[in-house]
Write a protein that binds this ligand. Sequence first.
Ligand SMILES: Cc1cc2nc3c(=O)[nH]c(=O)nc-3n(C[C@H](O)[C@H](O)[C@H](O)COP(=O)(O)O)c2cc1C
Length: 343
Amino acid sequence: MFKLLRPILFSFSPETAHNIVIGLLKILSFLPIFSPLLRIFYCYKSPKLEKEVMGIKFKNPIGLAAGFDKNGEVYNQLSDFGFGFIEIGSLTPNEQIGNPKPRCFRLLPDRAIINRMGINNKGVKFAVTRLKDKKSRTVVGANIIKSTSSANDQAPQDYEKSFAQLYDFVDYFVVNVSCPNVKGVTKLQDINSLSEIVDRLTTLRKYFDEYRPILLKVSPDLTFEQLDEIIDLILVSGMDGIVATNTTISREFLTSPSDRVEFIGDGGLSGAPLYRKSLEVVQYIHNKTSGQLPIIAVGGIMTPKQAKEMIDSGASLVQIYTGFIYNGPGFVRRILRHLAKNS
Ligand SMILES: Cc1cc2nc3c(=O)[nH]c(=O)nc-3n(C[C@H](O)[C@H](O)[C@H](O)COP(=O)(O)O)c2cc1C
């Protein structure tokens, strides 16, 4: 069915296609038959796929990466496509409109996307209302980031605000310091900036009754020296894991015409060309920490074999985004079947 639907969706700009899908999921969910039907077609269950990571029970290790359900509007409908967890966000303390359009582009020959969305989102309050309204049927993580208008020295307060408001409504947090599309954000990966953010969140967490894991999402463009510092900080700080990786600013390994790539301009690249780099980062972190740090692997996973390779390389969990766009909703089930068969 996606073979028929894909050319229609791909005839729209990526952002319009995305909004159509979110709108359809919202409308169709009013039909009582919709969710059971999706689950029959797309879900794949096997005890072999169940996992406990960071104290959370996952029905399977395949999640939807941040940026798809930015506002926490359709996480239940998305879970009906078979995902074991959904990461909402990135969310900022207040609503922001993001960068001027167009800001998201497909590179079809590369099975890739370049985006410079600039963290358009409706803000934490809106997401909390959605999370309160619709009890989640799956594990939900919240990815948080500073407001674009906040200077980097105000960033810790931004993360703190979002963290406190979302705490009772999600299962884990991801601190996004690796978005290449918001000025200054990747600088927050510098160890001094990062320490303050991490200290504030781990301290605040002590005031809550229940424990929520906190993970850090890193860029694939860090040097290994920078990664070493970050890993050391995570290990001593009481953070619980790492999400590797976000999109890259590199334009290596592209086969699309260079004038098209130049015309698109700035933005984070995701999809097939990112895979090798993300895998390398996952392997590096796994080896460096002797497998002690939970890793959520994300970046360029376009085939079930690649998802398995990430797990074999040390990832506890895996997320997809661009692979879901190019391969369609049946992709999750295909990965799960492959994992169950080969476990
Ligand atoms: C259109 C788009 C929007 C994204 N928005 C976010 C975001 O808001 N926060 C975030 O942490 N990552 C965001 N990402 C990055 C993805 O979560 C993921 O890390 C990246 O795309 C690499 O995975 P993939 O190759 O499977 O897409 C976005 C990616 C895309 C394509």
